[in-house]
Design a protein around this ligand. Sequence first.
Ligand SMILES: Cc1ncc(COP(=O)(O)O)c(C=O)c1O
Length: 235
Amino acid sequence: MTRNALFYQADSELPLVSHADGVYIRDTDGNRFIDACSGAITCNLGHNHPAVKQAISAQLDKVAFTYRTQFESQVAIDLADALTDLTDGDLDKVFFVGSGSEAVESAMKLARQYFVSIQQPQRTHFVSLRPSYHGSTLGALGLTGYQPLEAPFTDITLSSLKVPSPDFYRYQESTIEEHVNAVLEETEAAISRVGGERIIAIAIEPVGGASTGHACLTANICKASATFATVMAAC
Ligand SMILES: Cc1ncc(COP(=O)(O)O)c(C=O)c1O
């Protein structure tokens, strides 16, 4: 039965949020909840943070929004500089978008555009892991390795080459090293079948999120990612 006009809500009745402070969310019945993962990992500084509220309010007092093709924005410049400083010089450009899905779409388009501009238009395939989650838009959904989300759209998405994600919790081999090697062998075989010269990029979640429940150990994922990068560099 429809309770209100909101689409895509859970079937069951959920607590109606009243307000939140720090890690706590309160509902209109007076219950208090710990926001253990800040919703979809979106309020990482906590709710009702005075410095965040002050910064938003100060900016709204000046200007709410201008578009990048018409105006420069000092706060956008400062934030981009602060972000690149965090990468120790490895990355030197920032492109702001409104969501993770848009970020993935933008990265896919940038990578494809790069290869078109260097006369390698035959590169049409992305590689991603299964399971994985990369977003809700059609391009990001094409990278996503999660059957229930993919199923209705496989005929109309740009599908990627899905290779197994290292699973350090349920691996079948006797050691993690053997497991990583088995995963990499499958990855190399899958890439060879398509042809390395047709690959645009590989998309990897450094720490698995929505479809893996953080099942992977960060240190081992880094090791596996580094080896994945080597495999890709060999393409
Ligand atoms: C690795 C990863 N990429 C992309 C997304 C999509 O982000 P958004 O929901 O902001 O579109 C998510 C969201 O959980 C994610 O975990």
